[in-house]
Design a protein around this ligand. Structure first.
Ligand SMILES: Cc1ncc(COP(=O)(O)O)c(C=O)c1O
Length: 388
């Protein structure tokens, strides 16, 4: 776990929820309601005047959603957080809150493909330019930043698992007065807390490790009170991608087991990555844990990595023979998944980011779930045997 959060603090965080006293329940209730009524005229007018903060309509404020936001903010070391209906809703709200026509954003290469498409469609139509830089090249980042409004990072990235020195890049953005944001879905706050490294806004696809059970699509943005207030004023209520109370409740449930799940994903994935690296038919394994050391601020590795087969392996036969690993695009849940790179390269979506994203035709992305290393390794070995 990253600096600044000791084990006791973490333990109390994952068992607490919010300040509400719901008959001392250990789990907060699901406020499955669209609106909250007022006791009388005075109650109503004081809320409208902003004299008291209270839920009025769930798109604005809902206690279950708020409980999740407060838990996540604390886990990230942030002052505040906002829950969204998806990771993409969180990304679009965050970016759109800080740009207007004529502005420029700088983004690291190999960002999540739909973020790339957001930049290449809606932002392009808004006349917002995007400069892509290699996040490993601090000189190139420093050159690109002057005059930009937003610096968008993802580290590790989610196909080639490229890592960046997030603290150093955030310091460069600060020096140039550029708002920095990072997609922290891969590491989760258990292994990386970018706010403590100087990043302004942390974004998650909560559909991944925060939820952890592949039963929810959600997103969240965490940051300072001022930054989150800017989202609330600029985009959040009007784009309307609000996290639902039931999904917030599932996320609270997911966060309780984040530490033990992340440790299990880390151990199994690293073990499998090392075994794959020993095989002659594997050209390269892309897993940050195989490097001599992790970049500063990244204190562990998750279950998502990729590898490249040497020529001559029948990837279709490999994929079809797997039993525990299912073919599936998401990750972060209890289940193990694979995505063959050659399939993603066939995607018709525009603009097609597959190449920009760093996907090799002979690569396979694995998400190592919680089924147990030995069973997963046997599954891989049997599939490799029929494919070679
Ligand atoms: C790294 C990353 N960021 C963001 C997203 C988007 O999140 P969502 O699917 O919750 O909108 C995804 C989804 O796969 C992702 O992999």
């Amino acid at each position: 776990m990253t600096d600044g959060l000791d084990p006791f603090e973490l333990a109390s965080l994952i068992t607490a929820h919010d300040d509400g006293n719901y008959a001392e329940a250990v789990v907060p209730p699901i406020f499955q309601t669209s609106l909250f009524t007022f006791s009388d005229y005075d109650d109503m007018i004081s809320s409208y005047r902003g004299e008291k903060v209270r839920p009025i309509y769930t798109r604005g404020l809902n206690p279950t959603v708020r409980a999740f936001e407060q838990m996540l903010a604390k886990l990230e070391g942030a002052e505040d957080a906002l829950g969204f209906a998806s990771g993409m809703s969180a990304i679009s709200s965050a970016v759109l809150s800080f740009v207007e026509p004529g502005d420029r954003i700088v983004a690291v290469k190999h960002v999540y493909p739909d973020a790339f498409r957001l930049f290449g469609t809606i932002l392009k139509r808004m006349k917002v330019e995007v400069t892509y830089v290699d996040g490993r090249d601090e000189e190139a980042v420093a050159k690109a930043l002057p005059g930009a409004k937003v610096f968008y990072m993802e580290s590790p990235t989610s196909w080639v698992m490229e890592t960046h020195d997030v603290g150093a890049l955030a310091a460069l953005a600060k020096k140039h007065g550029v708002v920095s944001m990072i997609d922290n879905s891969w590491a989760s706050p258990f292994f990386q807390r970018p706010i403590t490294l100087g990043v302004d806004l942390v974004i998650h696809s909560a559909s991944k490790y925060l939820g952890g059970h592949s039963d929810v699509v959600a997103g969240v943005v965490a940051g300072s009170k001022d930054m989150i207030a800017r989202l609330k004023a600029e985009t959040y209520p009007y784009l309307g991608g609000k996290l639902s109370p039931f999904d917030a409740w599932l996320l609270i449930r997911g966060l309780r087991t984040l530490p033990i799940r992340m440790k299990a994903h880390q151990a199994a994935a690293l073990d499998i990555a090392r075994r794959l690296q020993e095989l002659d038919i594997v050209e390269q394994v892309c897993h940050p844990g195989l490097a001599n050391r992790l970049p500063a601020g990244l204190n562990g590795t998750s279950g998502l990595f990729s590898f490249i087969f040497r020529e001559g392996v029948d990837i279709r036969a490999f994929a079809d023979h797997l039993k525990l690993f299912k073919l599936g695009v998401s990750w972060g849940g209890h289940e193990s998944l694979i995505v063959p790179g050659e399939v993603v390269l066939q995607q018709k979506a525009q603009p097609n980011s597959a190449h920009a994203f760093g996907i090799h035709a002979r690569s396979v992305r694995l998400h190592v779930g919680l089924e147990g290393t030995e069973a997963l390794w046997s599954d891989l070995q049997e599939a490799i045997a029929v494919a070679t």
